[in-house]
Design a protein around this ligand. Structure first.
Ligand code: TYD
Ligand code: MG
Length: 477
């Protein structure tokens, strides 16, 4: 162990995994914790001295029943969608990490949040380590933000940033992004685990001491985690992910961790030429181009967090006798598509082995829950058999390997949303009378298996079409 020139603090050399922050005294090629390869970097870390004096003063334990007020005062931001995701507003002194891919709109969102605060005559500090004053000015002009009350600082040195925050004492602070901040007394490049962790830790202490809420933006790695995830997510109070498909204008703000609320809430936005707009009724937006009884197209009530959201699932099958059949999944899980295709072949008798299959969720949305399985199956079968889904139908249910249909969570909410949007019938698993809602507004078409669901959910082919398809009417149902 060596000591530095002043001899005040001591440091040691360790090897730190840049993915998860695991420390090891020797270099390792493979991280035993997060399984990353070649991720260990030699790092100098300070060794804190343990005081030999007994600890006096400080906090005493309190009996829980004697502590008053379990609720937090909350700062309401101008965005209802953001307030919802935060659990009802921003808690003073909380540290909120907003993660997302580069270019998804984190800086835009944070600048717009700053503007809503500044509108209430509050001071906002906006610190950027990656953009210059003129770049941010350009963006604010584009967003129609005058900028009164927003104090901008382009500075990657966190010590200077903390000094600035002390003097400014804002009502809200933004640090964009954590990977560009550095501390002189910490080893490693900006963005390395040691820098990111120490910078976040100091910002956390500043937020708690000054009782000012603080947003930090964080880039995500290719694998979809915030760089240095294992360490960072422990430190902050709230982790939000800002997501969206490339080429789609819709963005979803999702909560991954929230010390002050539920993680089931999501906020939905649209990126327009004037910045992010809130989408109050997302189902209407995602179904705006949906036409009843379109070949290969099925409406499915999904859940985004606690929020029911109707999406349109489209499938197209084309015969391909020359090369191995291709499967393309846009917005749904690829392995799930393979599973559903296998079940359709084996359990419902669809000859899909020489068919290319493309499945797409319109609007660039991603749905990962198994409740969309039946919708995918029905869309594929509809396209393959040239049979339209019956009029006014939504489909929901998980598909099992034996071709059975399984129940999904919160059926009532999903069906209520479908009724609200004017759908007349719902194809679903046989719940054996376990429904908790009045089904007079909607016809429940219950099926025990995928094969039965296809029979009940698709219209029979008309005479003209029979000659074209490879299947006769009997096979269709
Ligand atoms: P940005 O907030 O810079 O993303 P991040 O901070 O996550 O890297 O947003 C970048 C994208 O958003 C950019 O490609 C342009 C687009 N954009 C709009 O479409 N409309 C707007 O009003 C603004 C400001 C940006
Ligand atoms: Mg940015």
């Amino acid at each position: 162990m060596k000591s530095n020139s002043q001899g005040k603090s001591r440091f040691k050399i360790v090897f730190v995994c840049q993915q998860c922050g695991k420390e090891n005294p020797k270099w390792l090629g493979h991280c035993p914790d997060c399984q990353a390869w070649n991720s260990f970097v030699e790092t100098r870390v300070a060794v804190s001295r343990i005081s030999s004096r007994p600890h006096t003063g400080g906090n005493k334990p309190q009996e829980l029943s004697q502590i008053e007020g379990g609720d937090f005062p909350r700062l309401r931001l101008g965005f209802t969608e953001v307030n919802r995701v935060l659990g009802g507003g921003l808690v003073p002194g909380s540290l909120v990490l907003v993660g997302g891919e580069p270019g998804i709109g984190k800086s835009t969102l944070l600048l717009q949040i700053s503007a809503t605060m500044a509108r209430n005559n509050e001071t906002v500090a906006y610190i950027s380590g990656e953009e210059s004053v003129s770049q941010v000015k350009l963006r604010s002009e584009r967003l129609g933000i005058g900028g009164n009350g927003i104090f901008f600082l382009s500075e990657p040195d966190l010590a200077a940033v903390l000094e600035c925050l002390e003097t400014l004492s804002p009502a809200l602070a933004i640090v964009d992004s954590i990977q560009t901040m550095y501390l002189d007394d910490v080893a490693g490049m900006p963005g390395s685990v040691s820098q990111v962790r120490e910078c976040t830790w100091r910002l956390e202490r500043w937020a708690k001491q000054s009782n000012v809420p603080l947003f930090i933006a964080g880039h995500v790695t290719k694998e979809g985690a915030i760089a240095g995830p294992g360490t960072l997510e422990h430190i902050v109070d709230v982790v939000l992910y800002f997501e969206g498909e490339r080429f789609s204008s819709y963005r979803v703000l999702r909560s991954e961790k929230n010390r002050f609320g539920s993680t089931n809430e999501v906020g939905i936005f649209e990126m327009s030429d004037r910045g992010l707009l809130e989408v109050a009724s997302p189902s209407e937006v995602f179904l705006s181009a949906y036409k009843d009884q379109t070949m290969g197209s099925v409406a499915v009530p999904t859940l985004e967090g606690n929020r029911p959201l109707l999406v349109e699932i489209q499938a197209l099958t084309t015969s391909n006798s020359f090369s191995p059949p291709r499967r393309i999944a846009n917005g749904v899980d690829f392995n799930r598509l393979l599973l559903i295709t296998a079940v359709l072949i084996k359990r419902a008798g669809l000859k899909l082995f020489n068919q290319d299959i493309i499945v797409n969720v319109t609007g660039g949305l991603r749905v990962n829950e198994p409740a969309v399985d039946l919708g995918i199956a029905l869309a594929i079968a509809s396209s393959f058999r040239d049979a339209r889904p019956i009029s006014g139908l939504v489909a929901l249910g998980e598909v099992g390997l034996n071709g059975e249909l399984r129940g999904v969570s919160q059926v009532e909410r999903r069906v209520a949303e479908a009724i609200r949007l004017g759908f007349k019938s719902c194809l679903m698993p046989d719940l054996k009378g376990k429904l908790l809602f009045d089904s007079s507004d909607v016809q429940l078409v219950q099926a025990g298996s995928v094969a039965e669901a296809l029979r009940l959910g698709l219209t029979r082919k008309v005479g003209r079409e029979i000659g074209r398809g490879e299947y006769t009417e009997q096979e269709c149902g």
